[in-house]
Design a protein around this ligand. Structure first.
Ligand SMILES: Cc1ncc(COP(=O)(O)O)c(C=O)c1O
Length: 462
């Protein structure tokens, strides 16, 4: 065994034993495994002492920023008092208090909180609830799910089935049957869809929403249980909803008695300046799924939040939801979530995002003068920068170019230049940005300056 205390030994141990997620391990035949050892505010440090801006809040997670000792202390205090107890017919104060608090933040009568350990489990839970709810209420054939092209909803087999990324699903087929895709709201590429209406975002949004009605009709309304949508779709590079989109989706869901699931695993807890993003875009979901920012990542936790209507059949007689996770609603995680939400309120993190989001947008928009930048889009502290080969024609990169540009150059160059973020080509090539919610103008400027330098060099390499 190598000595894991020395950095060299730890590098070798990583290469020999650690199986990293969504990772091409062969990259590390010739490169060091980037090992992050410390964080403070919007910054992280690697094992070699290099400092970076955390431009992705870890993975859309660390809303309150790194190095919050009060969150660490909340975890330690809870572990000392009661390290573990499940929510299987028993409760603990942290889960009760957090359920009440989260229900209080959630819009309308989303009053019932089912805890998981993460986002994929929350999505899984939402689909299972939708199926059982309709079985219990006289519509037993309603079970199918509609979701959007290129959207990511997690890796458990149900959540992966709802995911709209064929390449990510292919190795694991056959997945859970009965999910169907509709177009997303990528207005930048509207002309490449079957949309034939005016060059008008509202009209495009209505068209995109109406594709959901069409899919429900195609499948048969008696068979469709739910539609899963992110408020702002992440995968593909931040597609905010056109005005009127969710209003029309809500009408369609009401007309066909289909549940609207707002997958807010990324968008909740301040990413868009509200506890829940449905509030920002003015719609009422039947279910919200969330995770990540609920604890700012200081301990894992997710949740599925359901309306009174959905819980009602489970409140009577011998009914129960035969579903759960040993670590769902873990006492340490619920204690951390409570302390994290205290920070949100005390430091007014949502208000800070709303007050500074225009500055963030304006700073990133400066990059529009670069020939490689096709589109800068997003809301709140959540942005995607789409890269193109030709701005005028919006021509994108072919697979080989994308491989060279994103994997071969951009990810590494941005990191070396001091910005941790993500270059993603699950849809068209984009750079994704989602800093901790404590970021300010100085951080926006540094991000812009690093991106300007690296994207200019990327263009020169093409
Ligand atoms: C919208 C959405 N849903 C679900 C998930 C899955 O969450 P987790 O990785 O916590 O299982 C993610 C993860 O990024 C996500 O972005």
């Amino acid at each position: 065994m190598t000595n894991p205390q020395s950095e060299e030994g730890r590098q070798q141990a990583a290469k020999d034993h650690l199986w990293m997620h969504f990772t091409r391990h062969s990259t590390y035949d010739t490169h060091q495994v980037p090992t992050i050892v410390r964080g403070d505010g919007v910054h992280i440090w690697d094992a070699n002492g290099n400092k970076y801006i955390d431009g992705l809040a870890g993975l859309f997670v660390v809303q309150a920023g790194h190095g919050r000792t009060e969150l660490a202390e909340a975890a330690a205090k809870q572990a000392a008092e009661l390290a573990f107890f499940p929510l299987w017919s028993y409760a603990h104060p942290g889960a009760i208090d957090l359920a009440e608090r989260v229900a209080g933040y959630a819009p309308g009568d989303l009053n019932r909180v089912f805890f998981t350990t993460g986002g994929g489990e929350a999505v899984e839970t939402a689909w299972k609830l939708a199926k059982q709810f309709f079985k219990m209420t006289g519509k037993p054939t309603k079970h199918k799910v509609i979701s959007r092209a290129i959207a990511y909803h997690g890796t458990p087999q149900g959540a992966l089935s709802i995911t709209g990324l064929p390449g990510m699903k292919a190795p694991f087929e056959p997945l859970v049957p009965s999910t169907f895709r509709v177009p997303n709201t990528n207005f930048y590429r509207a002309a490449e869809t079957s949309y034939l209406g005016p060059d008008d975002e509202y009209a495009f949004g209505q068209w995109a929403a109406n594709r959901i009605a069409e899919a429900i009709e195609f499948e048969g309304p008696d068979t469709v249980a739910a539609v899963f949508l992110e408020p702002v779709q992440n995968s593909g590079g931040c597609f905010p909803p056109p005005a009127g989109y969710f209003e029309r989706v809500r009408e369609i869901c009401d007309e066909y008695d289909v549940l609207l699931v707002s997958d807010e695993v990324i968008c909740a807890f301040g990413r868009l300046g509200h506890m829940f993003a449905a509030e920002r875009y003015g719609y009422q979901p039947d279910i919200i799924t969330c995770a990540k920012g609920l604890t700012s990542g200081y301990s894992p936790l997710g949740a599925m939040i359901a309306t009174d209507r959905l819980f009602e059949p489970f409140s009577k007689g011998d009914a129960s939801f035969a579903h759960g996770y040993t670590f769902g609603g873990h006492p340490v995680s619920t204690a951390v979530a409570m302390a994290n939400l205290d920070i949100f309120e005390r430091e007014q993190l949502n208000e800070h995002v709303l007050a500074t989001e225009d500055d963030f947008r304006a700073t990133l928009n400066k990059l529009n003068d670069l020939p490689i930048v096709g589109d800068v889009r997003g809301d709140g502290y959540f942005y995607g920068i789409e890269l193109v080969k030709d701005k005028a024609t919006k021509t994108t990169f072919d697979d080989a170019e994308s491989e060279r540009l994103l994997r071969g150059f951009l990810s590494g160059a941005l990191f070396e230049a001091g910005l941790y973020c993500r270059a993603d080509d699950r849809g068209d090539p984009v750079v994704q940005l989602a800093p901790p919610l404590v970021a300010d103008q100085a951080v926006f400027d540094q991000m812009e300056s690093i991106l300007r330098d690296v994207l200019t060099r990327a263009w020169d390499q093409l």
